[in-house]
Write a protein of this length. Sequence first.
Length: 294
Amino acid sequence: MNSLGVVYGIIERASNSVVYVGVDGKHNGRGDPNYFGSGIIIRRKLKAHGKEAFKKVVIEKCGTREKLEDMERYWIKELDTLYPSGYNLSDGGYKGNTFIAKTEEEMEDIKRRKNKTLKAIWKQPEFKKEVNKRLRRMRQNPEIMKKISLAGRGEKNSMAKISDKDAELIVRYLSEGWLSKELSKHIGISRETIKCIKIKHTHRHLQKIFPTEYCLIEKYLSCRARINPLQIAEILETKIKAPCMTNDKIARLFGWKNRSKIDDILKRNQKYYQMLYENNPDINAMYCKLKGPN
């Protein structure tokens, strides 16, 4: 009979007992002597103690997949290698998939047992000590930390809501004096997302790419601006086309009760409007055209 694979056992030399049972179909069904399993616990034990502390033995050869699955389940139960007695986390099956031909209740029971096992592993002082040791070693390596930083930057971050191009566009708009509320309506991105970029909670790597723009954003934040550049441009254009129109009429045209905002815009009374004209060539050109030569 041709062998599709073997059911093997891993013997722990210190206790001289079988601690893990698995299936190996490598090398045309003969099995790989250097393959000791893919289970979480067995891999950690191999890494901690080395392969020299264990020995692999072939328990049974099988010619069909169904036979392999049945025999793996049988030997796990027979040799009592299911955790915590051994290192098997499941009761067997092809590639450790114990959900084959199981009811929903049985699958839920398996999930509960696996979660209980993993929690027990995490509570072990030795395991916690080893994890903390590796984390400290990782944090001390600047190359690894740089890779982690780059992997979670911008649109690569799993929590990112917008692309890097959209974030760059938002930064450019904000540097021109746009308000979050008006910009949200203009480009169709939520106000909260724009606000997070503005106050540097997200996409902080853009500060190195756009240092001048972020400097302007900080200045605009200190000014408590209330009108976006597009609306200011519309007001200036209205005044250019109809120079005889009073500020009261322009205010009513834009839905404002009084002319105070119009006066501030046309006279550059506030720091915000002064900055806006200085940093926005188009608006500044319209303002100069309105005022005419000195």
